[in-house]
Design a protein around this ligand. Structure first.
Ligand SMILES: [Zn+2]
Length: 379
């Protein structure tokens, strides 16, 4: 596919080859497979302008190369051979030069190419700085270095590059949750959180309303974005939504959400559900033994009523176990609230009115959860 070069800086001395992702971003059906990591590597191009080694015309055998690897669950294990581009002054590096091989063409086909300033990359990102540290001196004009990085997504990477090159005139007024989530993944990868945070704060303030109300992909993107960009209210809201509405074990969708956050979400949900089921069983036992209820008739009726209620929502005679797949905390709470409760028409033997509290409220109380606070992100 012929993809035109994306010129971020017309005088830029570096070409970025951005690998094209081979799968959708944060797929909802993510199964937990992790790639080995993405890499950013820089190869000095054209020997004559670099002032590097004595001998140095042909760089193919001894190219200085710096490679930074960082675990990134979303990335794929693509480490391509990168060949030097022609470094004639004023050219953007489109000409692969005499050393073109099928491999080089394949790399180019699978890449988007950006003309950028190596200096800007180094200023904003320690990852680029380290990757470029093997290139001692760049030419005074023309393209001097080619960097392969990614895979990341074109729209969000273009935005990242406009941020790196301080081009606010090219910033959109609004960005989608999708792009914001991708920016966060790249900010994490390139370790430039502070820069991206500065702009992300503004975009988040102007985001269209429409926070999800069900457990869905957007809910998980919010967990990621609000955690990464340190938004306590949004983080509590999105994690509470996932805890309440998820009906299965939650995964990170391949996003670098800390394991402690995912574990806490899953633990909070399952403890709430198991707490409610446990309380139902206890109440049932209390009525069975007569430990609750003002008299024999009272406990017998309550025992029967609770057993029938549990049977109606498939919690009697058998019960599901962890991880309670197919059952959400909110759904179970709604069902418990709608339990039919008979009135106690009996008086206790001491002639006092029955003061037994309604069991649905007690069961619901057993499932109450605490909010998940943002400080868990750093743990
Ligand atoms: Zn009673």
């Amino acid at each position: 596919m012929d993809d035109p070069i994306h010129v971020i800086d017309p005088e830029g001395d570096a070409i970025i080859c951005l690998r094209r992702p081979s799968r959708p971003f944060a797929p909802w059906d993510y199964n937990g497979d992790r790639g080995a990591g993405s890499s950013t590597e820089a190869v000095r191009s054209g020997g004559s302008n670099t002032g590097e080694s004595a001998g140095g015309g042909n760089l193919s055998g001894s190219r200085p190369r710096k490679k930074i690897k960082k675990e990134n669950p979303e990335s794929e294990n693509l480490v391509d051979e990168v060949h030097p581009v022609g470094s004639s002054h004023g050219q953007s590096g489109r000409d692969p030069g005499p050393q073109t091989s099928r491999d080089a063409e394949r790399v180019e086909e699978n890449c988007h190419r950006f003309q950028v300033s190596a200096k800007q990359l180094k200023v904003l990102s320690p990852v680029f700085k380290e990757a470029l540290s093997g290139v001692r001196r760049l030419p005074s004009s023309g393209v001097g270095v080619e960097i392969t990085t990614g895979p990341f997504y074109l729209e969000s990477f273009s935005l990242l590059m406009t941020i790196f090159h301080c081009q606010p005139q090219n910033f959109p007024q609004r960005v989608s949750l999708e792009v914001l989530a991708q920016l966060a993944v790249m900010a994490d990868h390139y370790r430039c959180e502070a820069w991206i945070q500065f702009f992300a704060d503004r975009w988040i303030r102007h985001m269209e309303p429409g926070f999800p109300t069900t457990y869905c992909r957007d809910a998980m993107l919010w967990v990621w974005v609000s955690g990464f960009f340190k938004l306590p209210a949004e983080f509590e809201k999105s994690t509470a939504l996932v805890v309440d509405e998820s009906d299965r074990l939650v995964t990170n969708l391949g996003l670098p959400i800390p394991a402690a956050v995912i574990d806490q979400i899953n633990r909070t949900r399952s403890e709430s559900i198991s707490g409610m089921i446990r309380e139902m069983n206890s109440r049932r036992d209390y009525f069975l033994t007569g430990a609750r209820g003002c008299c024999f008739e009272c406990s017998s009726i309550m025992f029967g009523a609770l057993t029938k209620n549990m049977h109606a929502i498939k919690l009697y005679p058998t019960q599901p176990g962890y991880p309670y797949t197919g059952m959400s905390r909110n759904e179970l709470t709604r069902k418990v609230r709608s339990f039919a409760v008979p009135l106690c028409l009996f008086k206790s033997r001491s002639s006092r009115v029955c003061d037994m509290k309604p069991f649905p409220k007690i069961i619901e109380k057993a499932g109450i959860v605490k909010e998940i606070h943002l400080d868990i992100w750093e743990r």
